[in-house]
Design a protein around this ligand. Structure first.
Ligand SMILES: [Zn+2]
Length: 142
């Protein structure tokens, strides 16, 4: 009989090396800035369904875009777009996160091969918005 790895529950704790990768990313402002710049360039310039390689953060809540300059359909001009305070799309596990406690503690808080929504709202009119669905491949770093 094969010994399959036992499926552990959703509250499985992060192992120490993964937790350290998350903490290193939190402390590494250079990596964060590079990720933001690359992610922004991707959102602003790449056509739909395009593929893009970049260094991804280890944690799910570390995967977000701070700001992008996009065309606003309401303002009829280019405006800075930022994520809203309260997302309409969220990971089902986010219900377990308190707003003041965005800590990455559990295995499911790691960024996985999955589709992640990125919501951006126009900072001028707060009405124009974009919903991007980003297929993340941690394995390929894209
Ligand atoms: Zn606008």
């Amino acid at each position: 009989m094969d010994s399959l790895p036992m499926q552990r529950g959703p509250y499985e704790e992060l192992n120490i090396s993964e937790l350290n990768r998350v903490k290193e990313w939190d402390a590494n402002k250079e990596a964060q800035a590079l990720f933001q710049a690359q992610f922004r360039e991707f959102i602003e310039s790449k056509p739909l369904y395009s593929n893009f390689k970049l260094t991804l953060p280890p944690g799910r809540t570390q995967f977000f875009l701070e700001v992008a300059r996009l065309y606003c359909q309401v303002c009829k001009t280019f405006q800075p777009f930022r994520r809203p305070d309260v997302s309409q799309w969220y990971h089902f596990n986010d219900k377990n996160l308190r707003v003041s406690d965005k800590q990455i503690m559990r295995a499911f808080d790691l960024l996985k091969n999955c589709v992640y929504p990125v919501e951006l709202f126009c900072q001028e009119c707060h009405r124009g918005f974009y919903d991007f669905f980003i297929a993340v491949s941690v394995t390929h770093g894209s």
